[in-house]
Design a protein around this ligand. Structure first.
Ligand code: SF4
Length: 198
């Protein structure tokens, strides 16, 4: 293990500690646990959802409920293990009654995500749902029109995907997500091939 990696790991531990103790927005008053994220700190692909739900809030881990199970199934369909990727959310604390996060909460929480991006340095960032897509890719993006598309921004590739929870409420979206993940898998294969040749 290199000194650089030791240092990165310490920085990451420090960041997680700060997120868990964060009181920047009012969501800290109603959360049980902040949810910084989980997975590989050296992942080259990251998934960013909207906000923790009830299960995530009680366990302190992202995507552990029914939507999380569906996400795991989608990842497995393209040979990705949750331990190979990093998963987090735009806001790290659960909004009461699973309401949508408000712009002020997202503004205050985004610097944590930006720090995670700086430490992990992912090459590909997949947004899950419209909130993450509008914040990270384009405020004008419409998930019903633009899901499955790839965007290049400042040396990183972004892919807009539906949130897996949306498919639990609207069964038709399950197949849409499965198809978009297959496309993502093909794209990642191509990237792996290009990385091997460089
Ligand atoms: S949602 Fe983000 S900004 Fe708000 S208290 Fe939690 S970690 Fe802090």
């Amino acid at each position: 293990m290199t000194d650089e990696f030791d240092n990165q790991d310490e920085l990451f531990d420090e960041l997680e500690k700060k997120v868990k103790a964060c009181t920047l927005c009012d969501l800290h008053k109603t959360r049980n646990r902040a949810v910084p994220g989980s997975g590989s700190r050296e992942a080259w692909i990251m998934f960013v959802g909207e906000a923790p739900g009830k299960n995530e809030d009680s366990q302190g881990l992202p995507f552990v409920g029914a939507a999380g199970n569906f996400l795991t199934e989608l990842l497995q369909s393209i040979n990705l293990d949750r331990l190979d990727i990093y998963i987090t959310n735009i806001v790290k604390c659960r909004p009461p009654n699973n309401r949508d996060p408000i712009p002020e909460e997202m503004d205050l929480c985004l610097p944590w995500l930006r720090e995670q991006f700086m430490l992990i340095k992912p090459k590909v960032i997949c947004t899950l749902g419209r909130f993450a897509a509008n914040r990270l890719i384009d405020p004008e993006l419409q998930i019903s029109r633009d899901h499955g598309k790839f965007y290049k921004k400042k040396g990183q590739v972004f892919c807009a995907l539906y949130h897996p929870a949306a498919a639990l409420y609207n069964g038709n979206l399950k197949q849409v997500l499965r198809d978009d993940f297959l496309e993502l898998g093909r794209f990642l294969e191509k990237c792996r091939g290009e990385m091997k040749n460089t």
